[in-house]
Write a protein that binds this ligand. Structure first.
Ligand code: FAQ
Length: 314
């Protein structure tokens, strides 16, 4: 016990001094568990997040936009892989993470359970969903766990390209015909609130925040990040003549931030609990793709074993 409390003190001192924690360093079990939860859920979000966009690959309006969208979706797969690798350094295998996802034990971001009904939604995902993800992830570059922090640095560079890809689509639609501008407005109407919900519950209701902030797993709170996202996004929409679906969205000269309406937490928790418009389809699709790919994994392992055997004989 004495030894553990001394170790805990030293651990906290390292955190306070902004020294990164590396996989072989001593860490409290709760720190490890919390990281496993957050990083693997972050990885799942990147992977499931490919589905709403993948839905439009065959219907992109030009070869250029199709190539860009394909590159973006591949990037998301890469982000998922960096993050699974970072999470695996904490002693849990990839198969276990996927089992937790398929069994509904592990979460992924609520926002990916909404449908992409038009090409403008691809713009809205890049502009708003990647825009929100960047705010969160730039902050996470400073997370205390080394492998997670390094993954975030690489991911953030790619996310800024994603945000621009989406904003470009929205700019073109907003400056196009009346119908095209209406498509952009409709996408903003449907994606604005889900993007705000990505930051999670208000600080007072956030189960993990206090401990995560103390251990610098998170560097800023859910509400701080949400407010930063709102403040930086409003002028991007207004500049295009689009209207945000919130009549209470107003600049507050005292706080120097935008005020906004109460968030519909019933909707948020309903989606988080698996009852959103797309939850069942998203999980079913992932599970099927995983099962269909079993033979590829088996073949790759068999090939590796064969190579090992060959090198032993030689
Ligand atoms: N959806 O105590 P807190 C992307 C859960 S990547 C679902 O506040 P925490 C790239 C939370 O897990 C987007 N569940 O939790 C892309 C917890 O439940 P648990 C993903 C949510 O962890 C773009 C419970 O509520 N980004 O978009 C959500 O301290 C385009 C209590 O909440 C990340 O994952 C939610 N929105 O703070 C890809 C960033 N919010 O686990 C494709 C890393 C909360 O106890 C296309 N993660 N919950 O069962 C984080 O920063 C944090 O985990 C938060 C939540 C801020 C998401």
């Amino acid at each position: 016990m004495m030894e553990d409390s001394k170790k805990l003190e030293e651990f906290q001192a390292k955190i306070d001094a902004d020294v990164k924690i590396e996989p072989k360093d001593w860490m409290p079990e709760k720190y490890r568990q919390n990281l496993i939860r957050q990083i693997s859920q972050h990885a799942h979000s990147e992977i499931i997040g490919m589905q709403p966009e993948g839905n439009w690959l065959t219907r992109a309006p030009s070869l250029r936009s199709k190539k860009i969208l394909m590159a973006k979706i591949q990037d998301e797969a890469g982000h998922g892989l960096y993050l699974y690798c970072a999470a695996e350094t904490l002693g849990v295998k990839r198969e276990q993470f996927l089992k937790w996802l398929h069994d509904g034990v592990a979460k992924y971001s609520s926002v990916f359970n909404y449908p992409t009904l038009s090409w403008a939604d691809i713009g809205a995902i890049g502009w708003l969903v990647d825009g929100a993800a960047i705010v969160n992830q730039v902050s996470l570059q400073g997370t205390s766990y080394g492998p997670y922090s390094r993954a975030m640095v690489k991911i953030c560079k790619e996310e800024s390209f994603h945000q621009r890809q989406g904003y470009e689509i929205i700019v073109n639609l907003a400056n196009g015909t009346k119908e095209q501008k209406q498509m952009a407005q409709d996408a903003l109407d449907r994606w604005w609130w889900p993007s705000i919900m990505m930051f999670g519950p208000h600080d007072a209701d956030s189960a993990h925040s206090n401990q995560s902030l103390k251990w610098k797993i998170k560097r800023e709170s859910n509400d701080e990040l949400r407010q930063r996202y709102i403040d930086k996004t409003i002028h991007q929409g207004e500049h295009l003549g689009l209207t945000f679906p919130d009549e209470n969205l107003k600049w507050n000269d005292k706080t120097k931030h935008y005020d906004y309406s109460p968030i519909d937490w019933d909707e948020f928790w309903n989606v988080v609990k698996g009852n959103g418009p797309g939850n069942k389809a998203r999980l079913a699709h992932h599970t099927k793709a995983h099962n269909d790919g079993a033979w590829v994994r088996e073949a790759a392992i068999a090939f590796q074993e064969k190579q090992k055997l060959k090198s032993k004989i030689a």
